[in-house]
Design a protein around this ligand. Structure first.
Ligand SMILES: Nc1ncnc2c1ncn2[C@@H]1O[C@H](COP(=O)(O)OP(=O)(O)O)[C@@H](O)[C@H]1O
Ligand SMILES: [Mg+2]
Length: 145
């Protein structure tokens, strides 16, 4: 079942990402879903920090993927410029799946059809009360139902 939390600042979203990172292990895929400016990169920064990545994490919008090494190898992927899973496959980005990498993918909704059964989906939307408020809903998909 989806779990929803509310954050009130980018810092709070980063901290939640750090907590989430504790559950991740090699081979996991986290799909971040939400409009431009929703906070996907901010959340990815928190997740990567929690995974032990010391470098500054920037948006990989232009280059599609940045690799890091934390406790495991991590690939931060941004599909902003891609249309769909066909583009993803054409670029060979699927090689990161079923590998040692933990994958954090922005605009994950574009490749829902090829995400592995065990991926996690995180949706970010704006709250109504304050410009810095975000709803973050978290869903773990597992094999079968
Ligand atoms: N609660 C919040 N969580 C995440 N980001 C927030 C929050 N409140 C304000 N922001 C701001 O919203 C913007 C989110 O940008 P970014 O993470 O790059 O979005 P995306 O990657 O989804 O396009 C940042 O400028 C960030 O400071
Ligand atoms: Mg982004």
């Amino acid at each position: 079942l989806p779990e929803t939390i509310i954050t009130h600042s980018a810092q709070e979203t980063r901290r939640w990402g750090e907590e989430l990172a504790k559950q991740l292990q090699s081979g996991d895929v986290v799909a971040l879903i939400g409009e431009l400016g929703a906070g996907k990169t901010v959340l990815a920064q928190g997740i990567l920090k929690g995974l032990g990545v010391k470098e500054t994490v920037q948006s990989p919008s232009f280059i599609m993927v940045r690799e890091y090494t934390g406790h495991s190898p991590v690939a931060h992927i941004d599909l902003y410029r891609l249309r769909n899973s066909q583009d993803f496959l054409a670029l060979g980005l699927d090689e990161y799946m079923d590998s040692k990498y933990i994958i954090v993918v922005e605009w994950g909704e574009k490749i829902l059809d090829i995400l592995p059964p065990h991926h996690r989906q995180i949706r970010l939307t704006w709250g109504r009360d304050h410009p810095d408020q975000r709803f973050i809903s978290y869903q773990q998909h597992s094999k079968g139902k």
